[in-house]
Ligand binder design. Sequence first.
Ligand code: ADP
Length: 455
Amino acid sequence: MKVAFVASEAIPYKKTGGLADVVGALPFHLNKLGIKTSVFLPRYKGIKGSLIGNLQIDMKEKHNVQVYTEGHFYFIDYPKFFDRDGLYGTEKGDFSDNCERFTLFCKTVTQLIKRYGYDIVHCHDWQTGLIPLYMKLDNMDTKSIFTIHNLGYQGRFPSSKFPILGLPKEYFDPEGIEFYGDINFLKAGILYSDIVTTVSENYAREIQTSESGFGLDGVLNKKRNSLVGIINGIDYSLWNPENDSLIYQKYNNFNGKQKNKARLTEECNIDCERPLIGMVTRIADQKGFDIIIKAFDDFIDMGFSFLVLGFGDEHYHNKLKTFESIYPDKVSVNIKFDNKLAHRIYAGCDFFLMPSQYEPCGLGQLISLKYGTVPIVRKTGGLADTITDFDSDTLSGNGFVFREHSSKDLLKALSKSYEIYCNKDVFKRLSEKCMDCNFSWEESAKKYKQLYGSL
Ligand code: ADP
């Protein structure tokens, strides 16, 4: 079976979040199951590869697009659109031509799928949403799967851009890709693919409700018989403290972990004696920064230190930086994308915080488990599927879980975490129990294989 993955980011090339981890790792595990998988990406700034061909793409006028390759990756090259700093925009907002950029990408990949002959095309997120529709219009035999990694990002553009897509005008309709007067790429992916998946079972249920459906719950409900939740895995060849060369010292137990904490707190100039909460995250509303900001003084008073690595919303950058200046020896705020520091945070913190408003799967909590860094999460999406609240009597559970999206509930979970931290023996057992949790890709890759087979 030949499968083409199509996405807007993948490690080892470009990454802004968990999508890149998934698109980088899953093909490798599918290959192990006998499924030959290629990956199609835009050729962003700095990506090299070898030139293998070019195509004329009709998008209002003819565009000359080149194709590069390296290993199992194919890169769509159109420098005017992709040779930029940033994948989707800047700190100030999205690029104004994202509709044009990803329409061109979808049109080009559809032609290549046809040219190279694939059994299945597996599209990821809104940037690839038009592909199943273009394939249907071209009567292609190739089947399509569309995976939603985050329903909150839909690729919504004004109707004035509809002619760019080159679609018959009847598709601009509420039964088609129109969404409250706009174009919606994600809706196209959902409607015209053969199967829709999302990245945890719980999130697959949540997105069919009006509270979490971002206006697409009705459309998803209609597709419920072909909507499947499959939890993401972790690539333990990259994320494992036993052989991680990016951390200060490799380890496989609690004592080894403490050496990483000592070095991390020294490097970031924070007090090593206090329990340390870490975050590695996009800095966005989704990730719960509103309730963190409200609870901030209280959890520092409780006795915690706080270390965040992230990039995103300028308004939160400023708030966090203010806290850093108020608590210089207890708070470290790192506004950037930095893979090495990310590894060091997973290794050196006591707790990993994810108080998300919603979380399709969440990789941070799964990575932190492997490093014995105890997750503190809100019970939503994939966080609810993977983390259960710790019970000190039975020693069951692998983290701390709170329900309400409120600073009050967050503080309750933090207070319980602090209490457990103070009981060194119990905390050590909890941390080592986390290290033993297994969220590797094997099981999930088998589920994808089954789905492909069903098509
Ligand atoms: P999302 O995909 O919603 O951003 P996930 O928890 O699923 O969130 O995945 C985030 C991934 O991106 C993790 O691998 C995390 O370590 C990484 N990451 C996020 N922000 C940064 C950053 N500023 N520097 C390095 N890695 C980051």
